[in-house]
Design a binder for this molecule. Structure first.
Ligand code: AMP
Ligand code: ZN
Length: 113
C-alpha cells in the first residue's frame, strides 16, 4: 500500500466526488475547480506522471483521455473543453499520480497561463 493521495482516493480512504470508474480509470471532481466542469481522470495503476509513463502504459494513458471525452459528452460541454496534464513542478504539477484535468463549461483562452 502506498500513501499517494490519488491512490488513497481510488481505495476510498479519502473521500471524493466520484464521477466514473471502470477497470482501468477513475474520475472525480477536482476539489478546487477552475471551471464549471473540472474533473480529474486518473489511471488506477500508480504512474507518477507523464514523464514516468512507459510504452507499456500507452494504453492506460489513452484510456484516461477517452474517459475525459466521455465525461465531456455526458456533461454537454463538447462546444469546447480542454484536457491538460501538468508535467513537473514548473508546470504546476502538485500531485505525483498521473492525472488528466478536464476543464469546460466556460470559454477557455489560449495560450494558457
Ligand atoms: P496538479 O496541480 O496538476 O498536480 O493537479 C492536482 C489537482 O488535484 C489540483 O487541481 C487540486 O485541486 C486537486 N486535488 C488535490 N487534492 C484533491 C482532493 N483531495 N480531491 C480532489 N482534488 C484534489
Ligand atoms: Zn498513486
Amino acid at each position: 500500500m502506498n500513501d499517494c493521495l490519488f491512490c488513497r482516493i481510488i481505495r476510498g480512504e479519502i473521500p471524493s466526488k466520484k464521477i466514473y470508474e471502470d477497470e482501468h480509470t477513475f474520475a472525480f471532481e477536482d476539489i478546487n475547480p477552475q471551471a464549471p466542469t473540472h474533473a480529474l481522470i486518473i489511471p488506477k495503476e500508480h504512474i507518477g506522471g507523464l514523464k514516468e509513463a512507459t510504452a507499456e502504459q500507452a494504453e492506460i494513458v489513452g484510456r484516461c483521455h477517452l474517459t475525459a471525452a466521455n465525461i465531456a459528452r455526458q456533461r454537454g460541454i463538447e462546444e469546447g473543453y480542454r484536457t491538460v496534464l501538468n508535467v513537473g513542478p514548473g508546470a504546476g504539477q502538485s500531485v505525483f499520480h498521473l492525472h488528466v484535468h478536464l476543464l469546460g463549461g466556460r470559454s477557455l483562452h489560449w495560450p494558457p497561463g
